[in-house]
Design a protein around this ligand. Structure first.
Ligand code: BTN
Length: 315
């Protein structure tokens, strides 16, 4: 249905119904369903339907074509779906394998965020994808994986001319504090030996008004940050290439070599924070991260190491 709509002209209910071989009422129902998923559609009686902003559908061949140096990713390991519950959930359900797998989806009905939040993932509103990877020899700083993924997102987008991005510990990608992308890592590991990780990235590319009203924080998307139109498939390739490159370096040398990049992109550095750690609230000033990616919080002259937590307020 979405592929039949245009942002340039109205398509009448009658013509859509004829193309799909269904009734006009069925078209109207589908339009209402699409609107509920977050696609902004304008309906004008007597003229038909038009989408507010057209988007290019994701395509595995296009994504693979533009992958630069992502040696560990085969064409057959990239799957593009129209709709799944969550790309992370899809990969977590598969038996762990050594081969990297990547799942993109135009729409997630149950996108997962950190701390069991819902990740709103409307069709065409962003690039929602997950990569599964088996780390045979996880580095001792493996807890910094999410930070490295955040650095890879910024670096991939910089290559497309998007600058000024920062990282808000542990791994939100922000522009002037507004969230552009989120990262969710789910692990399946034994006490020792290989570690199987599913790395999920949600990058906003074109959030409509309907969706923005549903999100209770400041958000931003690629269309606001790029001076030129960027192909979604090109952005997807850039993210994937960069991710592969950064994960290889991380597996080989750990977080140490990324600390300098983190310092450059650190949105919280020097800010007074309130952080929820379990049920306890910690207050202090952020002073970067240590060599395992833990936040260093200065409290009354001492540094407290925060391994995980949620920033509730910038004091
Ligand atoms: C967050 O900031 O809360 C993390 C958001 C992660 C969202 C992405 S979208 C692709 C992948 N699939 C999911 O269900 N979640 C991640």
């Amino acid at each position: 249905m979405l592929e039949l709509l245009s942002s340039k002209e109205y398509r009448s209910g009658e013509s859509l119904a004829a193309k799909l071989g269904v009734s006009r009422v069925a078209i109207w129902r589908q339009i209402e369903r699409l609107k509920k998923t977050g696609v902004d559609i304008i309906s004008v009686s007597g003229q038909g339907y038009k989408i507010q902003a057209e988007f290019e559908m994701l395509d595995a061949v296009e994504i693979y074509k533009n992958l630069a140096n992502a040696g560990g990713i085969n064409r057959s390991s990239i799957q593009v779906s129209k709709v799944v519950d969550s790309t992370n959930a899809v990969l977590m359900r598969l038996p762990p394998t050594r081969e990297q797998k990547v799942v993109f989806s135009e729409y997630q009905t149950a996108g997962r965020g950190r701390r069991e939040d819902v990740w709103v993932s409307p069709p065409g509103g962003g690039i929602w994808f997950s990569l599964s990877r088996c780390f045979d020899n996880p580095p001792s700083s493996f807890s910094a994986l999410g930070l490295v993924v955040g650095i890879s997102v910024i670096s991939g987008l910089q290559k497309l001319g998007i600058n000024g991005l920062q990282l808000k510990w542990p791994n939100d990608v922000v522009f002037e504090g507004a969230k552009l992308a989120g990262i969710l890592i789910e692990l399946r590991s034994e006490v020792s030996g290989p570690c199987f990780a599913v790395i999920g990235i949600g990058l906003n590319t074109n959030l409509g008004m309907f969706v923005r009203r549903k999100i209770d924080k400041k958000v931003i998307d690629i269309s606001e940050l790029s001076s030129r139109h960027l192909s979604r498939n090109l952005v997807a390739s850039a993210l994937l290439s960069s991710l592969d490159e950064h994960l290889n370096a991380f597996e080989h040398s750990g977080f140490q070599s990324f600390r300098e990049s983190w310092r450059k992109f650190d949105f919280l550095f020097g800010k007074e924070l309130k952080i929820l750690c379990g049920s306890k609230v910690e207050v202090g000033r952020a002073e970067g991260v240590d060599d395992i990616g833990a936040l260093q919080l200065r409290q009354a002259g001492e540094i407290k190491q925060i391994l995980s937590g949620h920033i509730i307020e910038l004091v």
